[in-house]
Design a protein around this ligand. Structure first.
Ligand SMILES: Cc1ncc(COP(=O)(O)O)c(C=O)c1O
Length: 371
């Protein structure tokens, strides 16, 4: 029922390396194979997935598609370390990075076609996150892929937030899908792992070679745990999405709440597109309590069941104020809390949230605490 965990770093071999056989674990080990096949099946990919040591290692590999002097178009809101990596490429390798509102299809296409500076080249890669971290903007991925391909520009999609159960970017023609397996795919906050998924055999070889040369490989335990997590992905995602939609609906009318972002809400800017393109709305909620960053911090501190922590996509509900990181995009509101809804009983989650929100209410009635 369960594949073995093979800990050997090397395999018995002599003479010229026979094609396809395992020889040395940096290049490949059978422990990766079941997970890589399962993730490829989930994404509907023609090639096996490639596991990497983390989501960031997979992102670094995917961004290596941008040649020296090339242009990389990225969402202005996306996983902050991915944007920091792009900025680092710009600093060190003279890659030009252009930030766009990924929900504004016309603006993205304009950024692909019209180089902002004289002498700059057409874009070399379009980077998409949808929904975005942490603003939950929803991109029109098929329209963007079509426009980019018409210009000969490859497209990479970070599918971490949606998971392949909610959207499959390869089916829309995207060239590369990346995952932080750390999040929903592994699902238990006990593994750091990444993956790349592609359809094209030449791209698969390229990323396989990249992984071997950079040594950005996964440990056997991590991949085994991720495969175990994957078995319950559908159950976890189904439960967490249903709870997130219910919590977002209740939060939307709560007197201590200034704004709720979740694509399930009819008034959410991403609602129409998510309804049209996605098979669900995901289980991340953006929440801005009345009272600014101070109230947001007070809410985090007042919660008992929700865990104050970074990361997301685990079975445990967690939350954090994203601007606690100085590196988060300055256009992310100071008071935005990113809630990752887990699989606990939704009434327990609501009881904790509404109780913690009511402590803010008491403070505001007292006076000075709330801005
Ligand atoms: C959307 C997204 N992509 C990628 C990453 C990076 O993954 P990892 O932490 O596994 O390196 C994260 C981590 O938070 C993320 O939220």
């Amino acid at each position: 029922m369960n594949p073995p965990i093979v800990l050997s770093s090397t395999y018995v071999s002599q003479g010229p390396p026979p094609a396809g056989d395992f020889m040395y674990t940096r290049a490949g080990t059978e422990t990766w194979v079941p997970f890589e096949r399962a993730l490829a099946d989930l994404e509907g990919a023609a090639q096996p997935a490639l596991v990497f040591s983390s989501g960031m290692a997979a992102i670094a590999a995917a961004m290596s598609l941008v040649p020296h002097g090339g242009r990389l178009v990225v969402p202005r809101h996306a996983y902050q370390v991915a944007l920091m990596f792009a900025a680092d490429l710009a600093d060190r390798d003279a890659v030009e990075v252009v930030h766009v509102d990924i929900a504004d299809t016309a603006a993205v296409i304009a950024a692909l076609t019209a180089p902002p500076a004289a002498g700059s080249r057409p874009a070399s890669l379009l980077w998409i996150e949808s929904p975005t971290n942490p603003m939950l903007e929803v991109a029109d991925v098929p329209a963007l892929v079509e426009a980019a391909h018409a210009l000969g520009i490859p497209v990479a999609v970070d599918n971490t937030f949606a998971t392949p159960l909610v959207q499959r970017p390869l089916a829309w023609g995207a060239d590369v899908v990346v995952h932080s397996v750390t999040k929903y795919l592994a699902g238990h906050s006990d593994v750091v792992l990444g993956a790349i998924v592609v359809d094209d055999a030449a791209l698969h070889t390229r990323f396989h070679t990249y992984r071997t040369l950079h040594g950005s490989i996964a440990g056997p335990w991590e991949v085994w745990l991720a495969l175990r997590g994957l078995r319950t992905l559908a159950l976890r995602v189904e439960r967490a999405q249903a709870s997130a939609a219910e919590l977002a609906r209740r939060l939307a009318t709560h007197p201590q709440v200034a704004e709720v972002r979740h694509p399930s809400l009819p008034g959410d800017p991403g609602h129409e597109r998510a309804t049209r393109l996605m098979a669900g709305f995901g289980s991340i909620i953006g929440l801005r309590p009345i009272g600014g960053a101070e109230a947001a911090d007070a809410l985090v501190a007042a919660l008992r069941l929700w865990v104050p922590a970074t990361s997301l996509g685990g079975v445990e509900s967690s939350l954090e104020r994203r601007r606690r990181f100085a590196t988060e995009a300055p256009t992310v509101p100071e008071d935005l809390l990113r809630l990752s809804v887990g699989i606990e009983n939704v009434e327990d989650l609501w009881a904790d949230l509404s109780r913690a929100l009511s402590t803010l209410q008491v403070r505001s009635q007292d006076g000075s605490e709330v801005r």
